[in-house]
Design a protein around this ligand. Structure first.
Ligand SMILES: Cc1cc2nc3c(=O)[nH]c(=O)nc-3n(C[C@H](O)[C@H](O)[C@H](O)COP(=O)(O)OP(=O)(O)OC[C@H]3O[C@@H](n4cnc5c(N)ncnc54)[C@H](O)[C@@H]3O)c2cc1C
Length: 425
């Protein structure tokens, strides 16, 4: 991972603004395709000292924080295709079954990996481990990085973009690029500099995440539980010091979440137990709690000549269905495929528009799915409850419905058809 020689005025084929989960993954996908000249600009200090055997801690935390991510089957295939999967594998807990229930109602369904004819419905990884593995791969790749750097200016030129970069304790420098990919997170400040706005609709809910040590082994079961206060998920994690753990994503009205964030450990676990029940036995301990205000955020544009907006900067979703990153990884793989197979310049508008068209249906369906679930299950009126109970019961009774749900969640329904290169293979 060479750093940039700041004395020159460098020109790149592709500059990625934002070295989070999406930015680094895209860089690795591009690098696997062609010998492009690639630079990542990241606001936080970036280092590859973190190895694949040591999780990233603290400093570089906005993407690789205390969260866990459920990777779909399509994400597995994408990482497999660029050699990231073998390193990631030892930190993953496979999801062998998804157990969906509705607190206080009879509807319940289980989805098994065998039904979808795959070894797992998904894989759960702690973001810190994901970060460590991605950074270690980046360290071995011929990709330039500028850490602790911010984009001060970005302007469109006749044949590319020019960025004015300020790095801590360094002089401002200008960098040219044929293509800039903005992947600097929801409400992107870089996109705003180009007049690209983001529309954000708040759910009025806060997601609390934490690792929970549990009494009974999870046996690879991911629990999705819908309650009148919001959905909660407990996803299987790898054991820690021989003790079973699950990763909690607990969505609550923001005022209740605020009090849970400051509650002592016992009170927090008691409240969680009361909402979730005893399927995992007694909850033992809770790790670091982090909260996220939840909103559906979309950028007003995703492509311009010499420009792509990607990841949370393009679409940031409700985490209930665990789809946000998986969708972005499919976007990234499709963009890498499109650029690699093109004969024209990487910044050509028609090329970038064709990428966007290829991903449009996937983005629309995934956004709709992630947006509808919390709304459907947030309704407490009896008709709605009846509707969702019959929905869950129908899913439990009709195997093809369940298979469809599982395949969608795995990202297979969307990435399968149109994929030729790096995807499902
Ligand atoms: C509670 C929760 C649970 C989730 N669970 C799942 C899941 O199970 N499965 C799933 O698929 N998705 C999940 N998601 C969604 C997933 O976390 C996001 O899709 C993912 O983080 C998006 O990554 P990103 O790289 O686009 O943005 P970010 O993670 O926000 O990274 C942006 C990066 O850009 C950097 N940056 C910011 N501004 C600048 C700047 N001006 N210049 C340079 N760099 C900059 C930041 O430092 C950061 O490193 C979850 C989200 C939440 C909140």
């Amino acid at each position: 991972m060479p750093t940039v020689d700041t004395k020159k005025n460098p020109a790149y084929d592709i500059v990625i603004v934002g070295g989070g989960m999406v930015g680094i993954s895209l860089a690795l996908l591009l690098n696997a395709q062609k010998q492009w000249n690639i630079l990542i600009i990241e606001a936080q200090a970036m280092s590859c000292e973190d190895s694949a055997d040591k999780p990233t801690l603290g400093a570089y935390s906005s993407s690789f924080d205390a969260r866990s991510t459920a990777l779909s089957w399509s994400s597995r295939n994408i990482y497999q295709s660029i050699g990231v999967w073998p390193q990631l594998k030892k930190h993953l807990a496979p999801i062998e079954q998804i157990h969906v229930s509705d607190r206080g109602h009879i509807g319940l369904t289980r989805i098994h990996a065998e039904e979808a004819q795959v070894e797992a419905l998904g894989y759960v990884v702690e973001n810190r481990w994901l970060g460590s593995v991605l950074l270690s791969q980046l360290g071995q790749a011929d990709i330039d990085v500028l850490g602790s750097a911010s984009v001060e200016t970005i302007v469109a030129l006749a044949d590319g973009m020019q960025l004015g970069i300020q790095q801590i304790d360094k002089n401002k420098q200008m960098i040219d690029a044929k293509l800039v990919v903005i992947a600097d997170g929801a409400g992107s400040s870089t996109a705003k500099k180009l007049g690209i706005q983001s529309e954000s609709i708040a759910y009025g809910q806060t997601g609390i995440i934490a690792n929970i040590s549990i009494e009974k082994p999870h046996n690879g079961v991911a629990y999705e539980r819908f309650t009148d206060q919001g959905p909660m998920a407990l996803l299987p994690l790898t054991d820690f010091k021989g003790r079973p753990r699950s990763a909690l994503v607990w969505t609550q009205p923001s005022d209740i979440a605020a009090s849970l964030m400051v509650a002592d450990e016992r009170t927090f676990l008691d409240q969680l137990q009361a909402r979730f029940g005893h399927r995992l036995g007694q909850f033992q301990q809770v790790g670091e709690r982090v909260s996220f205000g939840l909103a559906l955020t979309k950028s007003s544009e995703q492509v311009r000549r010499n420009l792509v907006v990607m990841g949370n900067a393009a679409h940031s979703l409700h985490p209930v269905a665990g789809q946000g990153f998986n969708l972005s990884l499919r976007d990234a793989a499709t963009l890498a495929d499109s650029l690699a197979s093109a004969t024209e310049s990487v910044g050509e508008l028609t090329l970038l528009q064709s990428y966007q068209q290829q991903q449009a249906a996937d983005q629309r369906n995934t956004v709709l799915f992630s947006d509808s679930l919390p709304k459907l299950f947030g309704l407490s009126a009896s008709a709605a409850a009846l509707g969702r109970n019959s929905g869950l019961l129908a899913m439990d009774l009709i195997p093809s419905l369940r298979r469809g749900f599982a395949r969608f969640g795995m990202g297979m329904a969307t990435r399968e058809a149109g994929n030729k290169g790096l995807g499902n293979g």
